[in-house]
Ligand binder design. Structure first.
Ligand code: ATP
Ligand code: MG
Length: 369
């Protein structure tokens, strides 16, 4: 079921938690709200669910207007046809898995044979058929999470709202459930709004990601586009581009520009004209886009964007190694290199660092407010 959120504003007293919040979600689409703690993700979800009354705006779910400040419409949560799964999954420990999942159907006086059929099908879907009669307190964290999910899915909601549902789980289980959740969402064609502050979770689950800052959506696009073209340096930084330096553009002509950061000259091939940017600029480089070599292996003729420096920290991570390198009379940079077929470099080693001009971006630091 499609969801449309128009011009939503939410105030808690004098504090504005959501400003002009607009979001258009297609039927069967998985949208992730991604942003730092306190940016308004849960508030936005609560407005869609009907748990919070916005100050202004309109929300439509399917063909039904569930909130409209102008027309005075505000449907209660149970009339909105959405399911919710929250971080604290509050399943009832004194009931079995089956009873937990059947609970809402029972309260709605659904006929018993239908309850049996629907609960069984959903437990199959989430891989919990074998646990149907087990007491819910005797489950692992991941199994409890799946009970919480099954409980929402069994109501066959038009849309599912998930607020950091995996954050209580350990890293490996989270990785696995993330893939299972995406598979389930695609298989059932569920329209989902998923909240997280974890970028890899967002990339794995979303058809489109809405990046939020200070109660606003600052970028809304596919994971691939957001990864390759973050709108600002602040967004890039949030997405793990760990090398973000204030810079000045010295010269720009036909997609090639020379920039300075703390006295260092850098050449960047930019596909976007910098003239569209406002305010301060930052040079942004992903750590995997630097190439690091022992200094004695440096080619005789130095190439563009090649500098010397010393390794300050070496952090081995299995398939890759992360180096922190202090450039001579320049900034510290973070570089990630594959470990396959290369010797590790050590703290104190003299190195040459090269940056491909097309692998760096110059972005405006922040959006003009
Ligand atoms: N009931 C409330 N009364 C007043 N302020 C509130 C209330 N609920 C939330 N806020 C404030 O609104 C802002 C947004 O809160 P929200 O819970 O939506 O953030 P979030 O993005 O979900 O953060 P987190 O990642 O920490 O869960 C925060 O500054 C928060 O302090
Ligand atoms: Mg929250």
């Amino acid at each position: 079921m499609k969801i449309e959120i128009e011009q939503l504003k939410l105030q808690y007293g004098k504090f504005t938690a959501l400003h002009e919040f607009n979001l258009n979600i297609q039927d069967g689409e998985s949208i992730v709200l991604l942003g730092q703690s306190g940016c308004g993700k849960t508030s936005a979800m609560r407005c869609v669910a009907g748990l919070e009354r916005p100050t202004h705006g309109r929300i439509t779910i399917g063909d039904q207007t569930v909130f409209d400040s102008t027309a005075g419409i505000n449907l209660p949560p149970n009339k909105r046809n959405v399911g919710m799964v929250f971080q604290s999954y509050a399943i009832w420990p004194h009931m079995t898995v089956f009873e937990n999942v059947a609970y809402s159907l029972v309260t709605r006086k659904t006929p018993k044979p239908e309850i049996q059929k629907r609960v069984k099908a959903v437990l199959d879907t989430v891989g919990l058929s074998a646990f149907s009669d087990r007491g819910a307190s005797l489950l692992s964290g991941g199994q409890m999470q799946r009970v919480a999910l099954a409980r929402s899915v069994v109501m066959e909601p038009g849309a599912l709202l998930l607020d950091e549902p995996l954050s209580n789980l350990d890293a490996r289980l989270r990785d696995r459930l993330r893939v299972e959740l995406r598979e389930l969402q695609l298989r059932l064609g569920l329209t989902c709004i998923y909240v997280t502050h974890d970028q890899s979770e967002a990339f794995a689950l979303a058809d489109r990601i809405a990046i939020m800052q200070g109660g606003r959506i600052v970028q809304f696009d596919t994971p691939q586009n957001i990864y390759s073209n973050p709108r600002t340096a602040k967004i890039a930084d949030f997405l793990g581009v760990s090398n973000v330096f204030p810079c000045e553009v010295a010269k720009e002509d036909s997609g090639r520009c020379a920039a300075h950061l703390s006295g260092y000259g850098v050449t960047v091939h930019s596909s976007l004209p910098l003239s569209s940017h406002e305010g301060a600029l930052s040079l942004c480089v992903r750590p995997e886009n630097f190439s690091v070599e022992a200094a004695d292996k440096q080619p005789a003729a130095p190439t563009t964007n090649q500098w010397l420096g010393n390794i300050v920290v070496t952090s081995f991570q299995g398939g890759q190694v992360q180096y922190v390198i202090r450039l001579d009379n320049g900034p510290e940079i973070s570089a990630i290199q594959p470990t396959f077929d290369r010797a590790l470099l050590n703290n104190g080693d003299r190195v040459s660092v090269t940056l491909d001009p097309s692998a760096a971006q110059i972005l405006q630091a922040e959006l003009a407010s």
